[in-house]
Design a binder for this molecule. Structure first.
Ligand SMILES: [Zn+2]
Length: 287
């Protein structure tokens, strides 16, 4: 059964580790992530962007697929199904469809409007026992058409949003989505520290986990980051493994064109990436 992300993140913050949010795109992605979490006895958050939700034929299809897998693959570790960078309307649709967690990204609104909309959704989520993530300070790069510049959040605004009763808070600390450019300045630990001091026990979320050096990840966790989003890294691993299979001509040998064979190397590559991240984040055996 899907669970809210509240308990797993509260434990992570107390235990000084982070739970990974791995975004899903299809059945192979979902199965690879769930099986790895179960094998490693780790809690996990499945992230679904609005674009990915649309691609997978809608939120109800996603809920049906994930719930089916939890049962038929005997997944017993805590799993949250979370809308990533949701709009106000998207969040409402996911709540209705059966998601156990939503993110409302109001970072592009003026702070007053972000607060008003976040507040409304917090009330709905509280009533239904769902977790909710809010964002302050836009996170750079592109996430389904929402483009941000990688700014650092204002710690006072973070406190204003945290005080609305959200479960977890994403604050921009110089992180960006996608691949990091060569001239990237790194994470602003000064901002992170200031945000954590203002928000106390609130689990903080680090978006754009792909390509952040391991020592920075560990330092971010020590400063209160309890949820780390990974998306691009699984995509790169999947694409690379699939490319190698095709370039080696394996799809032309025997029944190598069968999608169950063709997609297998990519599936294994996602599993390996998820395992590596769970070990780095410290969530292994924390289910
Ligand atoms: Zn993000």
């Amino acid at each position: 059964m899907l669970v809210s992300a509240k308990e797993m993140l509260t434990k992570a913050k107390e235990g000084h580790y982070a739970v990974g949010q791995f975004n899903i795109n299809n059945l192979e992605w979902t199965k690879a992530i769930l099986l790895t979490a179960q094998e490693l006895n780790s809690p996990v958050i499945l992230g679904v962007s609005e674009g990915a939700g649309k691609y997978m034929a809608g939120y109800k299809t996603v809920v049906g697929m994930v719930n089916g897998m939890l049962e038929e693959l005997n997944i017993t570790v805590p799993v949250a199904l979370h809308l990533d960078h949701g709009s106000y309307e998207g969040a409402k649709k996911c709540i209705e469809a059966g998601f156990s967690s939503v993110m409302f990204d109001g970072s592009h609104y003026p702070i007053e409007e972000n607060i008003a909309k976040t507040k409304e959704l917090v009330a709905i989520c509280n009533e239904k026992g769902l977790s909710i993530e809010a964002e302050v300070g836009s996170i750079g790069g592109e996430e389904d058409g929402v483009i941000g510049a990688g700014e650092c959040a204002d710690p006072n605004e973070c406190k204003m949003i945290a005080d609305l009763g959200v479960t977890m808070l994403a604050a921009g600390i110089g992180n960006i989505h996608g691949k990091y450019p060569d001239n990237w300045a790194g994470l602003s630990f000064e901002t992170l520290d200031a945000v954590q001091q203002k928000t106390g026990t609130m689990p903080l979320v680090l978006h754009g986990g792909t390509g952040i050096p391991e020592d920075m990840i560990k330092k971010a966790i020590s400063l209160g980051v309890s949820k780390i989003n990974v998306n691009t890294e699984c995509q790169l691993a999947f694409a690379d493994a699939t490319r190698k299979y095709i370039e080696a001509g394996k799809d032309l040998e025997g029944k190598g064109f069968d999608p169950r064979k063709l997609l297998a190397p990519g599936f294994e590559a996602i599993k390996a990436t998820v395992k590596e991240k769970m070990e780095l984040f410290g969530s292994v055996n924390k289910a």
